[in-house]
Design a binder for this molecule. Structure first.
Ligand SMILES: Cc1cc2nc3c(=O)[nH]c(=O)nc-3n(C[C@H](O)[C@H](O)[C@H](O)COP(=O)(O)OP(=O)(O)OC[C@H]3O[C@@H](n4cnc5c(N)ncnc54)[C@H](O)[C@@H]3O)c2cc1C
Length: 451
């Protein structure tokens, strides 16, 4: 840090936003990620308020021999140390909805704000399970939301990016202008640049028939077997996931779900309530329902489908994809994480893929593995000593499901090259070599394995 102090001090005068140095309250506040278990301790933080700030920061870091990381909310925080300049994008806060069906959104904006601005126009964005997640981090990683089988990934609905590439240049990127970057930024996250704004398609959606059914944990096997055969019959109007939950008693958790194992079947049908209820009927009959939270759901409450935690928490996550879920795999899942297992996972979720997710959008992208049928995510407590138990529980599930898993992952749930097939990884590295010749971006190291 000492060797870089001079260039970073000079940087403060060049910014529209501010530079925060270690030891200050502002630094602590800006660096603190939503996932509080991840150590984020950079050499300094640039709180950007303009795209120009991001370009200035990338160039200053390069001159100082530092790498650059980016953080909006810290939902997907990566550990950073004193060799990194962290760009915090919260101040890039533009959010303009065009009633004809698209929006321009700054890199610091969360989905809640976009949704709120869309609803008066009868429009909805392709947000994720939680509206507290950042639009840009989510979208550059693909973005698998509660309407994914109907409308596809958020990254398939991008029209344009503005991005500061690793060479410190601000560029506008569309399918026709800088097409390599347009391809790479949809799936490649921050491995080729720091996005400053994104332009996205919006969708004209009426309030869906949606929510979650909750069952007792002792019915995990029965519900899972019913769910996997039922999911295979569903039309693309339905997106569903199943989660084994072990929620602690705390504010926001209904008492009936707290302090025990339960199973949630999340459901969203884009269409009328009568059809939705008919589609859901087999799951309502699968086992005694503890809590039935499915009905016509105002789009404003779309995050109730998953009911993800909003307050910052120390979380350990492990995600991977499954090519199929036959009966033997469901049995293995229940043995590893169901009743009677010693699983310490708070959430173990299986998302049903296919539909528009599998088909992809108009323009090819760096998001891979669309042939996989299920996405699995294990979440536990991320602080010692509990993190050891979370890791062991996630490993038990990984081992149990190994016969149906090819080691593939999604960029939003794992920061590593397993999110890409070999040709995609090679092309991403080539794009990164061109636009980040000095290997300045930490995402290039984490996600693409660039030294
Ligand atoms: C509670 C919760 C619910 C979630 N639900 C879903 C879901 O339903 N579907 C899904 O697909 N994912 C989901 N995720 C994962 C989430 O999409 C990723 O963690 C995403 O990276 C979060 O983006 P962020 O900007 O909020 O987080 P940050 O931690 O601020 O950023 C994480 C990463 O995103 C990238 N990034 C952020 N900003 C930029 C930028 N300006 N330019 C380039 N890259 C950038 C970088 O790689 C960065 O390291 C969820 C995560 C949590 C914790």
């Amino acid at each position: 840090v000492t060797t870089t102090a001079a260039p970073l001090d000079l940087l403060a005068d060049q910014l529209d936003g501010e530079l925060a140095l270690p030891g200050t309250d502002r630094y602590a506040e800006l660096a603190m990620p939503w996932n509080v278990s991840v150590p984020v301790a950079p050499a300094a933080v640039v709180a950007a308020t303009s795209a120009r700030d991001v370009a200035v920061a990338v160039r200053a870091a390069t001159a100082a021999g530092l790498r650059v990381a980016v953080q909006a909310t810290g939902h997907g925080a990566l550990a950073t140390g004193g060799d990194v300049l962290l760009v915090v994008t919260r101040g890039l806060d533009e959010c303009v909805v065009h009633p004809e069906g698209w929006a321009r959104v700054g890199a610091g904006v969360k989905w809640q704000r976009v949704l709120d601005a869309c609803l008066p126009h009868g429009l909805a964005p392709l947000s994720g399970s939680s509206l507290d997640v950042g639009v840009v981090g989510y979208t550059t990683g693909g973005g698998l939301g509660p309407m994914a089988r109907t409308y596809g990934l958020a990254s398939d609905a991008v029209r344009a990016f503005e991005v500061v590439t690793g060479d410190g240049v601000l560029r506008r990127v569309t399918p026709d202008v800088e097409p390599d970057l347009f391809w790479a930024l949809r799936g490649g996250k921050g491995s080729v640049g720091i996005v400053t704004a994104v332009e996205i398609d919006l969708f004209r959606v009426a309030d869906p028939y949606a929510g979650a059914l909750y069952f007792d944990g002792s019915d995990t096997g029965t519900v899972l077997h019913a769910w996997r055969t039922w999911a295979a019959t569903l039309p693309e109007s339905v997106t569903t996931s199943l989660a084994v939950l072990q929620l602690p008693p705390m504010p926001g958790v209904p008492p009936v779900l707290a302090g025990r194992m339960t199973v949630a079947v999340r459901f969203l049908h884009v269409g009328d309530a009568e059809t939705g209820a008919a589609l859901l009927a087999p799951m309502r009959a699968a086992a005694p329902v503890l809590l039935d939270g499915v009905g016509v759901l105002p789009l404003a409450a779309i995050d109730m489908v998953h009911s993800d935690p909003v307050d910052p928490m120390p979380s350990y996550e492990r995600g991977f994809l499954l090519r199929e879920l036959p009966a033997e795999a469901a049995d293995a899942f229940v043995a590893a994480a169901g009743p009677g297992s010693s699983s310490s996972l708070i959430v173990l979720e299986l998302r049903h893929l296919g539909g528009a997710f599998a088909r992809g959008g108009t323009h090819p992208s760096a998001f891979c593995h669309r042939d996989q049928q299920f996405a699995l995510l294990a979440v536990g407590i991320g602080v010692p000593p509990l993190v050891d138990a979370a890791q062991a529980s996630a490993a038990a599930v990984t081992d149990a499901l190994a016969p149906w898993c090819d080691g593939k992952t999604m960029p939003n749930f794992t920061a590593g090259p397993s999110a890409y097939d070999a040709p995609t990884l090679a092309r991403l590295i080539a794009v990164a070599e061109h636009y980040d010749p000095h290997h300045v971006l930490t995402d290039g190291a984490a996600r693409l394995g660039r030294a």
